[in-house]
Write a protein that binds this ligand. Structure first.
Ligand code: MTE
Length: 326
């Protein structure tokens, strides 16, 4: 997806952070006794809903198995194999080739991990990721996954509906958008030492898009915690949009009144819009979007409007010119 700058590079061994634990574990929350059902506020400045504070922060090894329930809306298309999903990646913080993230992200420590919630919401503050995500609500959702570069996969994600999290954070009525930010730490994400993109990687959704039941905060794939190259410990999945909307390794969620900046739009506004809905009729300047290349298949497939999710999401855009708002 990189265009203007050198297409790929290998990070030197020195660039790659060795496996290490955070030295100072910042426990922002210490809420072991918080009620699951209570609406009472407790915790740190800014107020945090008791319902979010379900369990103490827990450290887990990457790749640990996750208990999930099956979600009824999964595609019945065959999932892409685990090997391809975890070795053919876009994650520029760990290198710009498809192969680099798998190696350069090895040992990237994702536990403990906190997510700051900011902006126009009642329940702002800093949460351990496993206090934000309720392990008891994890679902396996098999989604089509389509990159603007025209490759596609079918991925069995594990996560929770973004809408469920947003409801618990209680955005104010003035909030119209939700923005996401990836960790900025060039020592741990050596690709950030190079000006490939403006760091940190940022993304956003209109609030009604974020509340669509398909939008997912994923913490796993194939029944286990996400490997670092796929965006551990928490990433966004928006299956009707191009993959670049699916921001990885999220450390901040912010509610705002105005459309937030997004990384690829900052980099090349004429090529990457804010909406980035999969659309076979609107070509990228260098990639016709009419067809796609499913990883593992020989023949190309027709691209489906909204990546096959038109029934679920087309109404979000009914009054919009999709060529203008690409
Ligand atoms: N998130 C961050 N922080 N950095 C990135 O470079 N790449 C995006 C998206 N999320 C990217 C990111 C792009 S272009 C795609 S296609 C998907 O992640 C790829 O997700 P995957 O590697 O799990 O298939």
């Amino acid at each position: 997806m990189l265009i203007k700058i050198k297409k790929s590079y290998d990070l030197s061994e020195n660039d790659v952070t060795p496996e290490q634990l955070f030295r100072a574990r910042r426990r922002f929350l210490n809420i072991g006794a918080a009620s699951l059902s209570g609406a009472a506020l407790s915790g740190i400045a800014g107020g945090i809903a008791g319902s979010i504070l379900s369990a103490p922060a827990r450290a887990r090894a990457a790749g640990a198995p996750l208990a999930t329930s099956k979600w009824s809306g999964s595609t019945d298309e065959a999932p892409t194999d685990f090997e391809s999903i975890t070795t053919y990646n876009n994650f520029y913080e760990f290198g710009t080739s498809k192969e680099a993230p798998r190696f350069n992200a090895e040992g990237f420590v994702t536990s403990p991990w906190t997510v700051e919630v900011a902006g126009l919401a009642k329940n702002t503050g800093t949460f351990d990721v496993w206090d934000l995500i309720d392990r008891n609500k994890l679902e396996e959702r098999i989604y089509r996954h389509r990159c603007v570069e025209t490759w596609s996969m079918v991925v069995p994600w594990v996560g929770v509906a973004l809408a469920d999290i947003i409801k618990r954070l209680e955005p104010q009525s003035s909030a119209k958008y939700v923005a996401f930010q990836t960790l900025f730490d060039p020592e741990r994400m050596p690709g950030q030492k190079r000006a490939v993109l403006q760091w940190p990687y940022v993304e956003g959704l209109r609030l009604d898009e974020a509340m669509n039941p398909l939008a997912l905060l994923a913490v796993g794939v194939y029944g286990q915690e996400l490997p670092p190259q796929n965006g551990a410990p928490i990433r966004l999945v928006v299956p009707w949009k191009y993959g670049f909307k699916g921001i990885k390794s999220i450390v901040k969620i912010e509610f705002s009144e105005n459309e937030p900046p997004t990384s690829w739009n900052i980099s090349a506004p004429n090529e990457y819009g804010f909406y980035a809905n999969v659309n076979p009729n609107v070509s990228h300047p260098r990639w016709s979007q009419a067809k796609e290349r499913r990883i593992g298949e020989f023949l190309r497939r027709e691209t489906l409007m909204f990546n096959g999710y038109a029934d679920e999401v087309a109404s979000l855009y009914s009054n919009m010119d999709l060529e203008k708002y690409f």
